[in-house]
Design a protein around this ligand. Structure first.
Ligand code: ZN
Length: 88
């Protein structure tokens, strides 16, 4: 079973993942992923296998809660589709 908190998304064929508390800013976050990827996560697939098309920084957020903008040395927003990031 998955330890991820995954919810239905407002977007068709997508799911929203509630990411863990970020150790840098102390806030959780949300990432919208394709439903098929969410299903694979629920099945217990590793994040990198379930969501190979998702930016590795967002996969890191799913795993550890660290937001791309909080990652040491990160340049916020670089190469990340803003539609994928909403919240916290
Ligand atoms: Zn953060």
């Amino acid at each position: 079973m998955s330890h991820h908190a995954i919810y239905d998304s407002m977007q068709d064929n997508c799911a929203d993942i509630l990411t863990p508390t970020c150790p840098f800013c102390g806030q959780q976050g949300w990432i919208t992923v394709p439903q098929a990827g969410a299903d694979a996560l629920i099945e217990g697939e590793p994040v990198q296998d379930a969501l190979p098309e998702v930016d590795h920084r967002l996969r890191e957020q799913i795993t550890s809660g660290i937001h791309p903008r909080c990652f040491p040395g990160a340049e916020f927003g670089e190469g990340i589709d803003p539609d994928l990031i909403h919240g916290p």
